[in-house]
Design a protein around this ligand. Structure first.
Ligand code: PLP
Length: 372
């Protein structure tokens, strides 16, 4: 039996239909998109087409796309590009991915005024507290769309309204890595200044991401180089990766997939319905977090790995102790140590999920028997 992969929030398998486009722009049309000869110019035209595809998928009526190497880079470019001297304040949620949270910590260390928004028990940010933290000195607010560990969805409509009503000049950045091409939303209905995406989270290749920038005026580059990407991200563009990312965006039917994956999550919850197993109720159908009483999550993950692959939280921080996000939500250490993350993709079947759920349950009770 092949392994059932349920760690799609860490990364997804690249869609095989992208291999052809990846090959074309690596081996045939491999020319530098900034080169002045016809082959480079042609490639630049294709790059511009890819930009349009991403903007359309985001529902953006204005603004631009800056291609990057990954979401970590997009987040760093967005936040650090907004920094200014003086008495400015920066607001982050406590649920942010390390690629945002560690930047916030660094700002704090460098003497900037940084404020943090608490999480509620359901994993969403505390909207009232967010409102209380914003004033005329607020320069940037950074709040993620979907939490990568719990699947909690923050209400972007509510957040953009709060931010812009309290300070129309405050900038809003959204890390939408776990939401883009998964949860329906449209930038045309939201007042968002920066938004981060990463191709490998939605069946694109690794090593390519993007940052949506509503208004490039006054935004400062932290990646100085040859002036590529409007001078905001120096470095030769990864055209093969970018074209593959655009292709998968065109292929994905967000609403249809959402419906399919919602059934998978329901099936997993039903299969793991057991008095010893707790589940955090969240809105993203793609991610869920369970806690298995009396068994270490890491032990369960390792015991399962030849049959079912699950995660124990953010892949980037899974080697570090603890889980900051669950802690912020108010869960105790026993709960946190016993938790695993299960995340789906739209190519999986209900049968596969049922099989995986039964294997998880069986393995859990085997380990529980041994540790008793
Ligand atoms: N932001 C979120 C919410 C994520 O889940 C991840 C990856 O897990 C990242 C950022 C970083 O993505 P990348 O691997 O593209 O840098």
């Amino acid at each position: 039996m092949s392994v059932i992969y349920l760690d799609n929030a860490a990364t997804t398998k690249m869609d095989e239909s992208l291999l052809e486009v990846y090959r074309t722009y690596s081996c045939d049309k491999f020319y530098n998109a900034s080169a002045g000869y016809v082959w480079g110019v042609e490639n630049y035209k294709d790059l511009e087409k890819a930009r349009k595809v991403i903007l359309e998928k985001l529902g953006a009526k204005k603004g631009d796309i800056v291609f990057t190497g990954c979401a970590t880079e997009s987040n760093n470019i967005a936040i650090k590009g907004c920094l200014r001297e003086g008495k400015w304040e920066y607001v982050f949620s406590k649920g942010e991915h390390p690629s945002v949270f560690n930047v916030a910590k660094r700002l704090e260390e460098s003497g900037k005024t940084v404020k943090y928004v608490d999480l509620k028990k359901d994993g969403q940010i505390d909207y009232e507290k967010l409102s209380g933290l914003i004033n005329e000195k607020t320069r940037l607010v950074s709040v993620m769309f979907v939490n990568n560990e719990t699947g909690a969805i923050n209400d972007l409509h509510r957040i953009s309204k709060i931010v812009k009503e309290k300070n129309p000049k405050a900038l809003l950045h959204v890390d939408a890595v776990q939401g883009f091409c998964k949860i329906p939303f449209s930038l045309s209905e939201l007042n968002i200044d920066f938004l981060t995406i990463s191709a490998h989270k939605f069946h694109g290749p690794k090593g390519v991401g993007a940052l949506y920038v509503k208004n490039k005026d006054g935004f400062k580059s932290i990646m100085l180089g040859g002036g590529q990407e409007f001078g905001l991200r120096g470095g030769t563009e990864n055209l093969a990766g970018i074209m593959a990312m655009a292709k998968i965006c065109e292929k994905i039917n967000v609403r249809e997939n959402y419906g399919k994956v919602a059934i998978l999550k329901e099936k997993m919850i039903e299969t793991l319905n057991d008095p010893n197993i707790r589940y955090i109720k969240t809105d993203s159908p793609y991610i869920c977090s369970f806690s298995f009483k009396g068994v270490n999550g890491e032990t369960l993950m390792r015991a399962l790995e030849n049959e079912v692959v699950v995660g124990t939280g953010s892949a980037c921080s899974s080697k570090k102790a603890g889980n900051r996000v669950l802690q912020e939500m108010g869960f105790d250490n026993d709960y946190i140590k016993s938790s695993i993350r299960i995340s789906f993709n739209y190519n999986q079947s209900v049968k596969e999920i049922e099989t995986a759920g039964s294997l998880i349950l069986k393995k859990y009770y085997e380990i529980l028997e041994k540790v008793k």
